[in-house]
Design a protein around this ligand. Sequence first.
Ligand code: GTP
Length: 358
Amino acid sequence: MTEAILLVGGQGTRLRPLTISTPKPMLPVAGLPVTVHQILRARDAGVSRVVLGTSYRAEVFADRLGDGRALGVEIAYAVEDEPLGTGGAIRHAAEKLTCGADDPVMVLNGDVLTGVDYRSLVGGHVESGAALTLHLTRVADPTAYGLVPTGGDGRVLAFREKPQTPEEIVTDQINAGCYVFTRSVIDEIPTGRPVSVERETFPDLLERGLLVRGVVDDAYWLDLGTPWDFVRGSADLVRGIAPWDGHEAADALVLEGAQVSDRAVVGEGTTVGPGVQVRGDALVEGSVLLEGCVIEAGARVVDSVIGQRARIGAGATVVGSVVGDDAVIGAGNELRHGARVWPGVELPATAVRFSSDA
Ligand code: GTP
C-alpha cells in the first residue's frame, strides 16, 4: 500500500476572485475538482490512502470528499491552524500517515494536472534508495518556476527558485510539484513553524549529501495557478489532451441539467456546468461555465471562466477573462484579456453595441 500527501492549503491568490469562496484545488476542471482528478490517478497507480494537508477553507474539502470511500481511497485530513508553507504542511500531514520510516510517500501539489507515471516514480525511488525523488518537467520559459539541474545519473545538483537573471537559468528542467519522499526524511522537517520545501528542505538534503533524484518526464503537465492555465487545463481534459482515464475526448462537456440552445456554438473544450443556460446564438469556446450561470443570445465567451449564477448579457463579449459568482455583465459590454470581475458586481449594458449586434 502506498500513501500520498496532497498539499491543498494554499490561498490561490492568482486565481482570485474564483478562490474567494472555493479553494483552488476544489475548483472544477472538466466538471471535477482538480483534487479529485489527482486522487483518481493516484488511486489507479496503487495509492490507497491520501492525507489532505488543508489550511485555507479547509471545511470545503471534508464536506465534498468525506472519508474518500466514493473515490475508492481512504482520506484523512491534516488541518493547519495557520498555513505552514509547503514543507511545514508535509511534516504536519505526516502525523496522519500509517507507513513505516523506510516506506515511500508520494507528495503532490494540489494544483497540477499531469500524466506522469506515478507507479514508476515510486518504484524507481524505492530501487534507488534515494531520500527524495522529484518529477521534473521541461518548459520553454522556466523563470516563474524552481529550476532543478541534474547530472547524467539523474542526481539533483542544485535547486534554484524563480531565477531573476539569464545567468541563473542553468536548465529548462523545473520542479513539477510531485515528489516521492522516504518517510523518515519527512519526519526530520522542523515542526511548529512555516517551512518551504523548495527553499529550505530540498537544499538542506543536498547539503547533507543525501541522494536526491530528478526524473525528467515529458508527459502532459500543467500548473493550474493562473486563470489562463486553469481554462486551458480544463479544455485539455475535455479534449483528451490531458490524461483522464475512461473519458472520451470531446469538443465540449455538457453536464447534467445544462441547457444549450440548438443555435448556440459551444466547443474548443468548453465545460458547461450543471444547470447552466446557453441561449440563442451564443458562442462559447475554450471556457469553463460554472454551475447555474447564464449566457444570453449573441454573447461571445472565449477562454474565460464564468462564475456560478453569473449572467453574461445579450451580445456581450468576454475574452480571456474571469467573471466572479453572481456577477452581471450587461448586454453589449466587453471584457478583454486579463479582466477580472468580482462576485456580485454588475457592469452596465452598452446599448450601442448591443443594438448593432442584435
Ligand atoms: P498562489 O497564491 O496563487 O501562489 O497559489 P497557492 O496559494 O496555491 O500557492 P502555490 O501554487 O505556490 O502552492 C503550491 C501548492 O502547495 C498548492 O497546491 C497549495 O495548495 C499548496 N500550499 C501552499 N502553501 C501551503 C500551506 O501553507 N499549507 C498547505 N497545506 N498547502 C499549501
